[in-house]
Design a binder for this molecule. Structure first.
Ligand SMILES: Nc1ncnc2c1ncn2[C@@H]1O[C@H](COP(=O)(O)OP(=O)(O)O)[C@@H](O)[C@H]1O
Ligand SMILES: Cc1ncc(COP(=O)(O)O)c(C=O)c1O
Length: 277
């Protein structure tokens, strides 16, 4: 039976991040995607600043009711939350349907802009959603906030941050170094309370990494929905996102998006998982 995955996230008009990234990624993995849209995010072509337009909470609730009408899904991915009431609603819904396989991408920063989005949501996300997550996938900006460490420059800094974030209650964490990490490597660190696993890929000199974080977390979600263990899902997601960045698509002169079809085109096969352990 095809695996069903719900994404609860923001809509990205550019098509490469948010809900759009998640649904495209789920499809690439041969899984069936459902969506609950929490907000709409736009990025001004003039100032490059993002704006978030939350969807009224009653409408978010109706979408969740539809998505969970057959009980829990094979996995759930959480992205941009958009407003405080969404956090309470999501916490209650996850508990009510007993949803497992929860991936939390704690979206607090987009790449066109250094400012933290919606800082007022961080406390509630930490106390209500992190404890329900099987994995949390912060980028370096989000890692600094969650670990309360202003500077993360070395692998030792990442290790300490991973321990601190794990101690907030998630079952595992992957810190995405990406192009914010110093040096030539796009280094990520996975920690599940037992092992620290650094995953390295060469840093790609391109702007086509918008949507990389969403797509990476969506790929991890699809992996665990298909029965892969977390470590294998993370390693496969890293290969998937690296191809997607490499063969990305430019929208204008400052934004390029990952291309979700790249991995499959390069390998000429569906993403199953077992072949890539
Ligand atoms: N320029 C790049 N070259 C190679 N990998 C990258 C690059 N930018 C991001 N990545 C990788 O893409 C994934 C998403 O990370 P990142 O872009 O930092 O997340 P976010 O989109 O949440 O900011 C990570 O695996 C990261 O290492
Ligand atoms: C709805 C939404 N969520 C999340 C993001 C973050 O994207 P990324 O995967 O580049 O971190 C964006 C970026 O534009 C977005 O539009």
């Amino acid at each position: 039976m095809v695996k069903k995955i719900l994404t609860v996230a923001g809509s990205d008009a550019g098509g490469g991040a948010g809900i759009q990234a998640d649904l495209k990624t789920f499809e690439e993995y041969g899984t069936f995607g459902l969506s609950t849209i929490t907000s709409i995010l736009t990025v001004s072509p003039k100032t490059k600043t993002p704006s978030i337009y939350p969807i009224p909470i009653e409408i978010v609730e109706k979408q969740l009711e539809t998505a969970f009408s057959g009980g829990p899904l094979d996995a759930l991915k959480i992205g941009l939350l958009g407003s405080l009431p969404v956090i309470d609603l999501l916490e209650a819904s996850i508990k009510k349907v007993n949803q497992s396989h929860v991936v939390l991408d704690p979206v607090m920063a987009v790449k066109t802009n250094k400012e933290v989005l919606q800082p007022e949501l961080v406390k509630a996300m930490i106390s209500k959603l992190i404890p329900l997550a099987d994995i949390i996938t912060p980028n370096l900006v989000e890692t600094s906030i969650l670990a309360d460490m202003p500077i993360i420059e070395t692998e030792e800094d990442m290790t300490l941050a991973a321990k601190k974030i794990f101690n907030l209650g998630a079952k595992s964490v992957i810190i995405k170094g990406g192009d914010r990490f110093k040096g030539n490597s796009a280094t990520d660190l996975f920690y599940d309370g037992k092992q620290f696993l650094f995953i390295h890929e060469d840093k790609l000199e391109t702007n086509t990494n918008h949507g990389a974080g969403c797509s990476f977390a969506a790929a991890i979600t699809a992996g665990i929905a298909k029965g892969l263990d977390m470590e294998t899902s993370v390693k496969l997601a890293k290969k998937y996102v690296t191809s997607a960045i490499k063969y990305g698509v430019y929208l204008n002169d400052f934004t390029g998006y990952v291309w979700h079809g790249a991995f499959q085109e390069a390998t000429n096969r569906m993403i199953i998982g077992d072949d890539f352990k």
